[in-house]
Design a protein around this ligand. Structure first.
Ligand code: PMP
Length: 414
């Protein structure tokens, strides 16, 4: 099952932003790992919310407040189904993955980590799954240890097994790497951690839109997602955790909405999920997020994954063909794991990634260049950064050919 030409044409009609020229050339958007574009259903949901339904949620005794509350909570139920959580209350709305990880580090981490404990992360983590652990480990005297990777970008599972011990309290691991595309074997990672009594946090940033998520089947303790990587608005994310874990954790932010009763001498906290949702949330964007999930679900993750894989293979074959044609390895592929999402990093010999990014932009092609918030990973490869093309189901092989042709032209010039 994959997406055909006709499907893609129909899909592209749903994304108005794609139909524009940049520097006089049709936009080719290959920066999907940074953020995905939004379908009309999401854009219209935002418009409709602010034109018809805007009101603060949960306390209002009026119609608009009821409507807003209903729609906000409908997203929670959609998220529950999307990740197969046991209960909607296990899904906490956040600003995004960064906030979700900081929440876990500052609440669960502060409560559970002590001197001598260990937190394991991988070499391919995004800064948002490194720095929050550095902060709390430093405060608690716990040790942050790093699971190495092989040069093709696959996790070194044997090294992981050796690092795991009774001192390990948490393993925080990216499901799919934003810089390399590697899909990590999280089922194995989780069960090995559980054997040692450690909990696992999975960063689902690059996985959510193409890999089926079943938090119960995978026995996940924590999962973090960002709506904007899933065709939804920015400023919304989800932290999933098992009920018992969430109930054991202290609140993160104090304020309105997260309390049962406040007096100057003592405050009691609301039940989950509200205990972790202090203040007025990003109501409109949470409501629109539901439409993004519905959109992805309506296309189907299997078809999305298969089609995006075709795009990845088309691109990597094209890069190899340029190397063969020009006679030497002018293009180096960074991240060649067997199991990947449609993300390909590469460098061009003697060329700075940023300069290439600018040259491609002049041709209407949007790629990302730099360290991709994975500086330790770049250090592992001995580079400052890469050029990264990341594909979505609305991209086409014709667009990839435009990129390949541009790269070949750049490399042929000298
Ligand atoms: N982890 C990964 C793998 C990512 O790709 C990103 C976003 N680039 C993040 C975490 C952080 O997500 P956000 O900026 O939405 O908090």
């Amino acid at each position: 099952m994959t997406l055909g030409k006709h499907d893609i044409e129909k899909i592209r009609e749903e994304f108005p932003i794609l139909h524009q020229k940049v520097h006089g050339k049709p936009l080719v958007y290959f920066d999907n790992a940074a953020t995905t574009q939004k379908p009309l259903s999401v854009i219209n949901a935002l418009n409709e919310y602010y034109t018809k339904n805007n009101a603060n949620i949960h306390r209002g005794a009026h119609t608009l407040a009821d409507r807003s509350t209903g729609m906000f909570e409908a997203t929670r139920i959609t998220v529950q189904a999307f990740i197969n959580a046991n209960e909607a209350e296990e899904c906490i709305f956040t600003k995004g993955i960064t906030e979700g990880i900081n929440l876990v580090a500052q609440t669960w981490g502060r409560q559970n980590l002590k001197a001598g404990d260990e937190v394991l992360i991988t070499y391919m983590e995004h800064h948002s799954n490194i720095v929050p652990w550095q902060l709390i480990c430093e405060e608690k005297g716990a040790l942050l240890k790093v699971i190495p990777i092989h040069t093709n970008g696959e996790l070194d599972i044997e090294a992981y097994k050796n690092l795991l011990s009774v001192r390990t309290k948490l393993v925080a691991c990216v499901w799919a790497s934003n810089a390399l595309g590697t899909i990590n074997p999280i089922e194995e990672i989780i069960s090995l951690a559980h054997e040692k009594g450690a909990l696992v946090l999975i960063d689902g940033a690059q996985a959510g839109s193409h890999i089926e998520i079943d938090v119960q089947a995978l026995n996940m303790d924590f999962l973090v997602l960002s709506s904007h990587k899933l065709y939804g608005p920015t400023g919304v994310g989800v932290l999933y955790a098992k009920r018992a874990i969430l109930e054991s954790m202290p609140p993160y932010h104090g304020g309105g909405e997260m309390i049962k009763e406040v007096s100057f001498s003592k405050t009691t906290y609301a039940d989950i999920p509200f205990k972790f949702e202090a203040g007025t949330p990003n109501i409109g964007d949470v409501i629109a997020f539901k439409f993004a999930i519905d959109y992805v679900t309506s296309i189907g993750k299997k078809a999305i994954a298969n089609y995006e894989h075709e795009l990845l293979v088309h691109f990597t074959n094209g890069l190899h063909a340029i190397n063969n044609k020009l006679g030497s390895n002018l293009i180096e592929l960074i991240g060649t794991a067997a199991n990947k999402v449609a993300v390909q990093s590469f460098t061009l010999k003697d060329k700075h990634p940023f300069d290439i990014g600018m040259m491609l932009d002049a041709k209407g092609i949007a790629v990302r260049t730099g360290h991709h918030c994975t500086q330790p990973l770049m250090a592992f490869y001995g580079i400052e950064g890469t050029i990264r093309a990341s594909f979505s189901f609305y991209n086409t092989k014709e667009e990839i050919d435009i990129l390949l042709h541009s790269l070949e032209t750049i490399l042929s010039r000298n």
